[in-house]
Design a protein around this ligand. Structure first.
Ligand code: SF4
Length: 344
């Protein structure tokens, strides 16, 4: 195994000692039972002398992004987020465009190039930039300890913390982090268990449960679905996901992400724009009111229209807001409510 500059380890939350030196981790639904010295399936949590430890106080990036890039389209359009990416992911998706961060510990030739994440310094920088904080690119669900420390410091500065997550968390983990989070964009990558397991190596049910549990806790939730070939690329499969999301809340924003070849799927083809157009139509037919495509369908794919009168209320370029007309959470023309966290 090649040497890599590993992140440092710190005590972790959600470890349950079994009394025989093993520790059960209750962060994600794998619930790894770890003997002394063992790493979890995620490779960023371990049992060290009977204590659960995490490698998540490290970040590969610390840069400013438009909030639209996460993507969040119903959260303070035009605002900026200081984005962080701790190592690791619970999933092993073959298409992952961020596999050099997410697959840390699994791919021997991938060194960790991140730096120690200092919550106080990161919050101070976000405050100086007038930005919120976002954890993205890898799996923030593996960094509840960092998230809680950031949120604790950020609260005094009126800075919010947001996640782009795979949602693969235990109910206990959701309850732990929800009070620290303003918004979460969760990937729902498949319509059924078999396809989700094939793509990610994990069950779909906990992800759907997390969507509902975060919402019930008052966290703003948007959902993303990458159109991965053979998994979520047909109108039938996407329609089934849309039906499930509409049953939770037809006003929940849904982002359809164009598949781009990468990692072990470098030879697959990108999603044709026509396929994305059909997916948008299928979603609207199932009742979803806010369906978005970032690039392939131009400005129309990124705009927010009033669900009642059809007036375009938010116009977006790629990763920026061009016009924002929502007033007091409603359409200024007909008064229809447009759910979101639109202003400060
Ligand atoms: S977070 Fe990691 S160690 Fe904990 S249960 Fe999940 S895979 Fe296992």
């Amino acid at each position: 195994m090649s040497a890599r500059p590993a992140p440092s380890w710190r005590p972790a939350l959600l470890g349950v000692p079994a009394g025989d030196g093993t520790v059960r981790c209750e962060l994600c639904p794998f619930r790894c039972r770890l003997p002394e010295g063992a790493l979890g399936s995620c490779r960023v949590r371990r049992n060290r002398r009977g204590t659960l430890e995490t490698a998540s106080f490290s970040t590969a990036v610390a840069h400013l992004d438009a909030i639209e890039r996460k993507p969040f389209y119903h959260v303070r359009p035009g605002s900026r987020v200081l984005t962080l990416a701790p190592p690791g992911c619970t999933f092993r998706c073959d298409y992952c465009v961020n596999h050099r961060l997410s697959q840390y510990g699994r791919e021997d030739d991938v060194p960790w190039t991140g730096e120690t994440a200092d919550p106080a310094a990161l919050v101070a920088r976000a405050a100086a930039e007038g930005a919120d904080l976002a954890l993205s690119y890898s799996e923030p669900g593996l960094a509840p300890e960092l998230t809680l420390e950031l949120a604790e410091l950020a609260r005094a500065e009126r800075i919010r913390v947001l996640w782009k997550s795979n949602g693969f968390l235990t109910p206990r983990a959701v309850d732990l982090v929800a009070p620290a989070l303003d918004a979460v964009n969760i990937d729902v990558k498949a319509a059924d268990e078999a396809a989700h397991r094939r793509l990610t190596g994990a069950s779909l049910r906990p992800v759907l449960d997390a969507v509902e549990r975060f919402r019930a806790a008052g966290v703003w939730v948007e959902v993303s679905t990458p159109l991965v070939p053979g998994c979520a690329d047909s109108p039938e499969r996407l329609g089934a996901i849309a039906r499930g999301l509409a049953a939770v809340d037809p006003a929940m924003p849904w982002h359809l992400l164009r598949f781009t070849p990468d990692f072990r799927m470098a030879r697959a083809l990108p999603t044709p724009p026509e396929q994305l157009r059909r997916a948008v139509d299928a979603a609207r037919e199932r009742g979803l009111r806010f369906v978005y495509v970032e690039r392939a369908l131009g400005e129309a794919g990124r705009s927010t229209a009033c669900p009642d009168c059809g007036t375009v209320l938010v116009r977006r370029g790629v990763w920026r807001t061009l016009e924002h007309r929502i007033a007091d959470g409603a359409c200024p023309g007909c008064g229809a409510v447009v759910p979101g966290r639109w202003r400060e």
